[in-house]
Every structure is written in structure tokens, then in C-alpha cells.
Design a protein around this ligand. Structure first.
Ligand SMILES: CCC(=O)SCCNC(=O)CCNC(=O)[C@H](O)C(C)(C)COP(=O)(O)OP(=O)(O)OC[C@H]1O[C@@H](n2cnc3c(N)ncnc32)[C@H](O)[C@@H]1OP(=O)(O)O
Length: 542
């Protein structure tokens, strides 16, 4: 192995190590004190509940672990958005699990909590997966009510989704495992069935403090809406359990009896590991995002048997397209090439840039995958579409539009991995979050922004300098350098995968070695949802 490989390997392994350290801290939720208080009540922690619920030895795909990371510092933070979400197996069935973490402000809903719940429900709806809610929530986080309460994508949307999902035939089971107040109360009761834990679970529209202030009644929370009240007096809840474990056992039991539904029918054969070692990816992926590398070498380490059926290998080479398998599932790959290319026409093309010919090729390939019912996997390392008069005169806008059209209108499931840069309209054409990927994960090496820090800073500084000069202010070299540094620093802090994951622009950050697992679980999930719409791109931009 050469020096470059070893250097990359050290850096990429360090990034994964740092990622795991940050996750470990996040897994502490509201912190040691809140954990101790929670456990004193005899309650399991949110992650313990999930671990107990899911099948041992089967994979768990967490979504949104970094949601809220670095946000709401003035409120004490909101690790994982105060809710644990993911796809797991319960009694052999893939389910979406949504578990409030009551160590974070009693499981109250911050704005990012709503966004994360809505994303988890979206995943359940798109894939027609059952949802299990482990509810332990104080409802709206009152100091931020104006950012979470009334708008379309705020808290109310969750209950609207409960109703819509029910009418779609999506199974929803809730367990009330702590005080569930106001908004926290609607969610479990809008599910197909709700169970409640005796002594710790309670569910009511208004807690004892509000009842006292509203109507002057003195009543404790247990009498108001505890397990006995809701199971034996009101009939609001359906099953009463003595503790968390018994409650979770009951969910497992019910899930074990669920019948089979029609599948989408994506092709799968016996899985095979890649022939080339996936761990090589650490050494192959450069230590910085401007360096060129051979994307094919990465691809071959993600695909079964390292086999790839390349489409139009000699044409539009700044995007690699082709068919392969991941864990036995057939996939259509669309990946940005990162090495400099000399096209057959003699033109030099930069790696990571989408040219007219590559957009044209990718469009046709995406349409082909839709025709053949093959799920699409996008590997993003893209700085954007080619600029300049040659590209414009060649019609780059219409070729880019064509690709965006095919991606947007695809009816096969799409999965996106941001492995390097994800800049500009390249993010869109390569199926960024706005293009409905069923799942989108970033590698620790990812950078997501409208453009790279350097380019953005230079562009902004030119604009700012022109404005200052127009107002008669002197812009000397020192002032320009200061503007450049400030803008670059700000941009760089906003392009990290952590910044993106905190805001749910991606579903999470993964070790590159987990990529195959995400694709496989994602296609298995997507296979629950038959494709109902015919593929139609409308007017294509020829
Ligand atoms: C759709 C409309 C809505 O959802 S309106 C929401 C209305 N919600 C409420 O009135 C619930 C108020 N909270 C409570 O009654 C209790 O916190 C319940 C849920 C019973 C839990 O009690 P307990 O386990 O003792 O926790 P705690 O009270 O010590 O709270 C822990 C920390 O969380 C906070 N907290 C709690 N609820 C909220 C809330 N809704 N908004 C904002 N903050 C909330 C508490 O203040 C406490 O914070 P801290 O740890 O002291 O900083």
C-alpha cells in the first residue's frame, strides 16, 4: 500500500472514531441526572426499550440520531431531538419505531422533534411499514410553541398523519410508558391500539396543574388518566401492563401475528460479500474533498462479488451508471466520477462536475431503471453542473433539467449517500433530500452546501467589496482578506455532515462500512410498498 493510501486510511478511520464518540455522548440523552431520575421511577430508558423490543441479532437502522445536535443551547439542548427513531425488526417484521426520550425535558416536543417524527412517519408511509410508538411525552415544548404548534409541518401534522396512515392500512401500535400530556396524549390514542404501563403511564389532555388553574379541580395525574382510569373507567386504552417489559412483550406478541401483504417485487438473489475488501474504502477516499480519486474503486467495494454492469462506459464519464447487487438486491447505481477524464472527443472534464453528456446519460439510465423496476442508489461527490460559455452554449441547463426531471419523477425507490461534496444543483440532480430519497445518509467525509466554502467566500467577497466601493468605502487588501476569512469560516462550519444531520437534511451519518446495510434494509422496507404510479416524466427537456 502506498503512503497516500495509509494517510487517507488514518484520517478516515479517525473521522469514524470521532463520529462514534459523538454518538456515545448523544446516547446519554438528557444526561446522567435525568437518567437517574427516570430510572428511579422503574422506567426503562428510550434506547433500552427499543433494544428490548427489537429482535436480537437483527440489524437496527437508527434515523436522526444527530437531530438537534448543537441546537437549542439556551434551552439546555435537545439530543436526538428528544426521540429515538429507526427501522428495526419486531417478531421478524420490519417496523418503524418512534420512542420518546423523557430524559430530555420530559419528552417535550421541540421544533426538531416534530420534523423528526414527521420524517419517521414519512418513511413508514412511503414504505408501508408498521409503526410502533413508545410514548412518554409532555407534549409541546412550551417556550418554543410558536415554532412548533400551528403550521402545516408542525405538531398537528403528526395526528393528521396518524389518521391518514390508518386509512392507508398502516399498522400503528402505541405504548404509553410515561406521562403523555396534551399533544403527547393524542398520538397514542390515534393509533390502532394503545397499551399503558401501570403506575408510570398516564394519558390526559391537561395535567393536574392545568386542571387546577382552569376549573379549580384538585386531582392527581394517576386518578386523572392513569392505567386503571383509562383501561377501566374511560375505555381510552386497550391493554394494561404491570411494567415496561410486559408492555413491550405484548407488542412483540401482537406483531408476531400480523399477516402478509402484497410486495413491490424488487429482484433479489442470494447475497454475496464484495470480492474486494470494503475496508479499503478508508484508504481510497482522499483526505480532502478537492482531491481526485477513482469512484469505480469505491463502487466495487460496495457491490456483491464486486461485480458491476456498467452502462455507457465510454460516454458521459463524469457520472458512472450501471447495475449491480447489494446484499442480493438488484440496484441501479448513479455515482459521480471523481477523477479527471479525457473524453473520447478529446475534451478534459473535471471529476465531480456534471457535464451535458453525463446528465444526458444519467437521465436515460434512471428512466431505464424505472422501466425495469430496479431501485436507484446515488453516490454523491459533486461540485455542481459545469459552468462557462462552452457549457451554456451546449445547453447544460436543459440537460441538467432533464436529469432533475427523471430523478423527481422516478417511481422506483431511491437511496442517497453523500460521500464527499454535495454542492449546488448537483445535490438536486443526484437526489438530495428534496427529491424524496427513501433514505439519505452521509459519510463523515461529506460536505453539503450551495457551494464550497472557498468558492462561496470568493463570490460573496466580490459582491460585498463592490457594494462597499459603491458607497465610497475603501476596500484594501487587508479588508478583503478579513471578509474572505470570515465568510470561509462561516461556510466551513455550515458544510459539515453534523450541521446537516442536526437539521435532518440527511437521516444520519454512517461509517462507510454500514452503506450496504442501509441499502439492503432500505430496499427490504421499500419492498413492502407496491409501485402504484406509472413512470411518466411529462415534458422532457430534449
Ligand atoms: C398540543 C398542545 C400541547 O401539547 S400543550 C403541552 C402541555 N403540556 C403540559 O402541560 C405538560 C407539562 N409537564 C408536566 O406536567 C410534567 O413535566 C410531566 C409531563 C408530568 C412530567 O413530570 P416529571 O417527570 O416530574 O418531569 P418534570 O416536570 O420535572 O420535567 C422535566 C423537565 O422538562 C420540563 N418540561 C416538562 N414539560 C414541559 C413542556 N411541555 N414544555 C417545556 N418544558 C417542559 C420541565 O420544566 C423540566 O425542566 P428542567 O429539567 O427543570 O429544566
Amino acid at each position: 500500500m502506498d503512503i497516500e493510501f495509509n494517510k487517507n486510511e488514518d484520517i478516515n478511520k479517525q473521522l469514524v472514531y470521532d463520529l462514534n464518540l459523538r454518538l456515545k455522548k448523544i446516547y446519554l440523552g438528557g444526561g446522567e441526572k435525568a437518567i437517574a431520575k427516570h430510572k428511579e421511577k422503574g422506567k426503562m430508558l428510550a434506547r433500552e426499550r427499543v433494544n428490548y423490543l427489537i429482535d436480537a441479532g437483527k440489524p437496527w437502522l437508527e434515523m436522526g440520531a444527530f437531530a438537534g445536535d448543537g441546537l437549542y443551547a439556551e434551552h439546555g439542548g435537545c439530543p436526538s431531538g428528544g426521540v429515538v427513531c429507526g427501522i428495526g425488526y419486531v417478531s421478524g417484521r420490519q417496523c418503524v419505531i418512534i420512542a420518546n426520550d423523557a430524559t430530555v425535558k420530559a419528552g417535550a416536543w421541540f421544533p426538531i422533534t416534530a420534523k423528526k417524527n414527521l420524517r419517521a412517519q414519512e418513511i413508514a408511509m412511503e414504505n408501508r411499514l408498521p409503526v410502533i410508538y413508545l410514548v412518554d411525552s409532555a407534549g409541546v415544548y412550551l417556550p418554543l410553541q410558536d415554532e412548533i404548534f400551528p403550521d402545516k409541518e408542525h405538531f398537528g401534522r403528526i395526528f393528521r398523519n396518524n389518521a391518514i396512515m390508518s386509512s392507508m392500512g398502516i399498522i400503528q401500535i402505541s405504548a404509553i410508558m410515561g406521562p403523555c400530556v396534551a399533544g403527547g396524549a393524542y398520538l397514542p390514542i390515534m393509533s390502532d391500539e394503545a397499551m399503558i404501563v401501570e403506575g408510570t403511564g398516564s394519558v390526559f389532555l391537561a395535567g393536574s396543574y392545568l386542571v387546577k388553574s382552569a376549573i379549580g379541580e384538585d386531582v392527581d395525574n394517576e386518578t386523572l388518566g392513569g392505567a386503571t382510569t383509562q383501561c377501566e373507567i374511560s375505555g381510552v386504552t386497550d391493554y394494561k401492563h404491570p411494567n415496561d417489559k410486559a408492555c413491550l412483550d405484548s407488542i412483540k406478541n401482537i406483531m408476531g401475528m400480523v399477516g402478509d401483504f402484497v410486495k413491490a417485487g424488487f429482484d433479489r438473489v442470494k447475497p454475496a460479500a464484495p470480492k474486494l475488501d470494503p475496508k479499503d474504502i478508508y484508504g481510497l477516499l482522499p483526505d480532502n474533498r478537492e482531491k481526485a480519486y477513482d469512484m469505480m474503486e469505491i463502487l466495487l467495494r460496495l457491490l456483491d462479488n464486486s461485480e458491476f454492469e456498467e452502462y455507457k462506459a465510454g460516454y458521459g464519464q463524469s457520472i458512472i451508471c450501471g447495475l449491480g447487487r447489494v446484499d442480493g438486491w438488484a440496484v441501479g447505481i448513479v455515482a459521480n466520477e471523481r477523477k479527471v477524464i479525457k473524453s473520447k472527443k478529446g475534451e478534459m472534464q473535471f471529476g465531480g462536475v456534471i457535464y451535458s453528456d453525463s446528465a444526458d446519460k444519467a437521465t436515460r439510465f434512471i428512466m431505464n431503471c424505472n422501466q425495469k423496476k430496479i431501485p436507484l442508489v446515488f453516490l454523491q461527490d459533486v461540485t455542481g453542473f459545469m459552468v462557462g460559455s462552452r457549457a451554456e452554449h451546449g445547453g447544460i441547463i436543459k440537460d441538467g433539467a432533464k436529469m432533475v426531471n427523471a430523478v423527481a419523477n422516478s417511481v422506483v425507490p431511491k437511496f442517497t449517500f453523500v460521500i464527499g461534496n454535495s454542492y449546488g444543483a448537483g445535490n438536486y440532480a443526484m437526489c438530495g433530500k428534496a427529491y424524496d430519497p427513501r433514505l439519505i445518509y452521509a459519510w463523515p467525509s461529506a460536505k453539503i452546501a450551495v457551494m464550497g466554502g472557498g468558492s462561496a467566500a470568493k463570490t460573496l467577497v466580490q459582491i460585498q467589496a463592490a457594494g462597499l466601493k459603491a458607497r465610497g468605502e475603501e476596500v484594501d487588501a487587508a479588508k478583503e482578506a478579513q471578509l474572505l476569512k470570515e465568510t470561509t469560516d462561516r461556510y466551513n462550519s455550515q458544510t459539515t455532515p453534523f450541521y446537516a444531520a442536526a437539521r435532518l437534511w440527511v437521516d444520519g451519518i454512517i461509517d462507510p462500512l454500514e452503506t450496504r446495510k442501509v441499502i439492503s434494509m432500505g430496499i427490504e422496507a421499500a419492498n413492502h410498498a407496491p409501485i402504484e404510479k406509472a413512470f411518466n416524466v411529462g415534458i422532457i427537456q430534449t
